[in-house]
Design a protein around this ligand. Structure first.
Ligand SMILES: NC(=O)N[C@@H](CC(=O)O)C(=O)O
Ligand SMILES: [Zn+2]
Ligand SMILES: [Zn+2]
Length: 346
């Protein structure tokens, strides 16, 4: 097969940032994607419905000419989040999910949750109204090895929260382990899981062998090869619980290429080419529409996009800029390390 047409894809986990970075990276997403769940980890974070409305307005102002992109907003869960504000923001249609960052787990997560008892009221309200909780699933205990933090989180935090809050709809964001895949599969349809493009392509060797590669460093960090293979099997399976969340997370190059580099891979530009390559390698191109276009809207109870995106395989390799030049500085585009022959016809 050298051509495939999908309902226009959506990105169910995206960092757009703000200001000059927002204007610089937004066209990279609107080119191929119809909607995205926009992460709220700005500085300061997007906590209230009013802040989400203002952030959405800034995104709409930054939209490239002619783009028809719908940013789906999220609220950053804090220990002082007001359940009534969350309910009102969801009822108005503005907010599509609430994001849980364990305090200190990742980029801009200082205001996240330390004491889960303090957010019980919000979680119960969300269960009542069916609003999904998107979870960055890593424990922050310094005694837990960084490569084990997802598996330990599932057992010691995620499963207890879900048991304590029946009916709560949860998305395990950017799963990186076989443990994550197995847990998602063992649960009912109130649990979904997003998988990034880069975790289908790199394992931890790519970060560390032959010199440290800061542009492959993200959180949760890429794991061993058998975890990558489990993610590939899950993403390409067509199963409704697994859908695309690129976690495209731009940081300017000086903040990646330094002694204490930021976490995040920037994949908005080439994700659809890379996914077509991966799905073809797995012999599962027919399931790309499920992963990138259909399973996400089904979980979020939104319609599948009516517009389409066509991908074509050609004899010459796809090209994309090595860096996106934003007003905030250059952002390096994720390099898979192999040629890719699939292009989106946009
Ligand atoms: N994924 C990352 O490595 N970084 C994200 C935060 C996140 O999604 O955890 C970011 O905001 O930069
Ligand atoms: Zn995260
Ligand atoms: Zn993220």
């Amino acid at each position: 097969m050298t051509r495939i047409t999908l309902p226009r894809p959506d990105d169910w986990h995206l960092h757009l940032r703000d200001g000059a970075m927002l204007s610089g990276v937004l066209p990279e997403t609107t080119r191929h994607f119809a909607r995205a769940i926009v992460m709220p980890n700005l500085v300061p974070p997007v906590v209230t419905g009013a802040e989400a409305a203002a952030y959405r307005d800034r995104i709409l102002v930054a939209m490239p000419e002619g783009a028809t992109f719908d940013p789906l907003m999220t609220l950053y869960l804090t220990e002082t989040t007001d359940p009534a504000d969350v309910a009102a923001a969801a009822a108005s249609g503005l907010v599509k999910a609430v994001k849980l960052y364990p305090a200190g787990a990742t980029t801009n997560s200082h205001s996240g949750v330390r004491d889960f008892d303090k957010v019980r009221g919000v979680l119960e309200k969300m269960a009542e109204i069916g609003l999904p909780l998107c979870v960055h699933g890593e424990v922050v205990d310094p005694a837990v090895d960084i490569f084990d933090r997802e598996a330990v989180f599932i057992e010691t935090v995620l499963d207890p929260i879900r048991r304590a809050t029946p009916g709560l709809r949860v998305v395990m964001e950017h799963i990186t382990t076989k443990d994550g895949v197995d847990y998602a599969r063992s649960q009912g349809d109130d649990l979904g899981a997003t998988i990034t493009t880069h975790h289908l392509i790199i394992n931890r060797n790519h970060i560390l062998v032959g010199g440290i590669k800061p542009h492959y460093y993200c959180l949760p960090v890429a794991k061993r090869e058998h975890h990558r293979l489990a993610l590939r099997a899950a993403a390409t399976s067509g199963e409704a619980r697994f859908f695309l969340g690129t976690d495209s997370a731009p940081h300017v190059d000086p903040l990646k290429e330094c002694a204490c580099g930021c976490a995040g891979c920037f994949t908005a530009t080439n994700t659809m080419s890379l996914l077509a390559h991966v799905f073809e390698e797995e012999g599962k191109l027919a399931n790309l529409a499920a992963f990138a276009s259909e399973n996400g809207p089904r979980f979020y109870r939104l319609p599948v996009n009516k517009e389409t995106l066509t991908l074509e395989k050609t004899a010459s390799a796809a090209t994309w800029p090595a860096k996106i030049e934003t007003g905030a500085g250059p952002v390096t585009v994720f390099d898979p390390g192999f040629p890719v022959f699939w292009h989106a016809i946009d």
